[in-house]
Design a binder for this molecule. Structure first.
Ligand code: CA
Length: 412
């Protein structure tokens, strides 16, 4: 498979996905895009066509699929857009876990129960998760994209910034068309995420399943294919049939926040021994599995113990907020309640320039934040943890305005 573990692909998918939900940043800077001349783009397409033919894609498919492909300036504008603010956990939660979505998901879970159970029997992924992914990716099929698949991918492959990645995606899309799964003029997201599951073409090529047996893997119009493809992808990515994803928990007073982080795994009984309980105060389950503690809104926000399946959800989309939303929505679909933690009144997103300042100040103080891109990735969070530990702050790795104040020397 074309692994999605590169952050580029992951952040792209996240952007796609937010786009599909109609979530737009309050403000975003867009560089002006100068399109190539028609002749220049056509010359590139011709050369790509030669490579694709050498890879075994039929001339008929190439003629049909590439004939109408033109450069789409809007795709490059969307690709270069840099949101001024990233969402907080609570903003993200409120956008993704609406009452309306929960109610509709519950109905769909009932409507498609027989099919979902059949898919679970074969792949080991429970119905509630399959419906949760479906809801988050395309709002149960409402948003599968309006851009021409081949034109969008050709535009991104032509653009020098991520040409290699998108050239491979274009190749995968052509192979899918060539084997007769989908028509050449199919519509997708601006970056080529496809169908109800919003699979990128390389994932589609590797994991899509023809579950209804009509000979085509159709993630637009066949729900049997949609659910089986999701389940197959998850199963191959390490899904454990007998475990859930994790749960919200309650931490004891004086908890050592240095234990938090996806890379720190303890047995459930060890978390229990350290005073961690279910969010309602009951004991943790007495099962012998590893769990990591994550704090998506910092030490003062909700805490979650997450299991192996949470990490499998991260293979689908590397965003920790996305993976929490999938798990929580799946729980809500089968009647579990909302989070016990409550949104604080001062919940506010840091701007990208605030994040850059945090990264710059961390570097000045000797903590390697991995550059100043204004995005709180794993390296930045580790640097924050190191700084917090040295300064005697709760080492939760969470960037907020208090941390920025402290770094600026205003925090005591
Ligand atoms: Ca089919």
């Amino acid at each position: 498979m074309q692994r999605r573990s590169i952050w580029l692909a992951a952040s792209l998918l996240c952007a796609l996905w937010l786009g599909s939900l109609g979530i737009r940043p309050a403000s975003a800077s867009v560089e002006p895009v100068t399109p190539p001349s028609a002749a220049e783009f056509q010359a590139w397409l011709d050369s790509f066509k030669t490579t694709a033919a050498a890879r075994g894609i039929s001339a008929a498919t190439l003629d049909r699929a590439l004939a109408g492909a033109s450069y789409i300036t809007r795709v490059i504008e969307l690709d270069r857009r840099q949101p001024e603010f990233t969402m907080t956990f609570w903003q993200y939660y409120e956008k993704t876990i609406s009452d309306k979505r929960i109610a509709r998901g519950r109905e769909l879970l009932k409507t498609h129960a027989a099919l979902l159970n059949k898919v679970e029997a074969q792949y080991g992924v429970p119905p509630r998760f399959l419906v949760a992914f479906w809801g988050l990716e395309s709002n149960f099929g409402d948003y599968t994209g309006t851009f021409p698949l081949i034109g969008s991918l050709a535009t991104l492959a032509f653009d020098p910034r991520r040409s290699k990645f998108f050239s491979e995606q274009l190749m995968a899309a052509l192979e899918i068309i060539d084997r007769g799964d989908i028509p050449a003029d199919v519509k997708a997201s601006w970056a080529g995420a496809m169908g109800n599951t919003q699979f990128i073409p390389s994932t589609y090529r590797a994991y899509a399943i023809d579950f209804d047996g009509d000979g085509r893997r159709d993630l637009w119009r066949s729900l049997p294919d949609v659910f089986a493809s999701s389940a197959h992808f998850l199963s191959k990515s390490g899904w454990r049939p007998d475990e859930t994803w994790g749960r919200e928990v309650r931490l004891p007073k004086g908890f050592d926040f240095a234990l938090s982080g996806l890379d720190k795994n303890l047995k459930l009984k060890e978390w229990q021994a350290r005073g961690v309980r279910r969010a309602d105060g009951r004991d943790l389950p007495a099962v012998d599995i590893d769990a990591a503690l994550i704090l998506p809104a910092g030490a003062d926000g909700p805490a979650f113990l997450v299991y192996g399946n949470y990490k499998t959800i991260l293979v689908w989309n590397r965003s920790i907020l996305y993976a929490l939303a999938v798990g929580h929505l799946a729980d809500r679909l089968v009647g579990k309640g909302p989070l016990v933690a409550k949104k604080p009144s001062n919940d506010k997103a840091l701007s990208r320039s605030d994040m850059r300042e945090i990264q710059r100040l961390l570097a000045e103080k000797g903590f390697d934040a991995g550059g100043q891109d204004g995005i709180a990735g794993a390296k930045t969070r580790r640097a924050i943890k190191g700084y917090q530990a040295r300064e005697g702050l709760a080492p939760d790795g969470y960037p907020d305005s208090r941390l920025l104040d402290h770094l600026r020397g205003n925090g005591g």
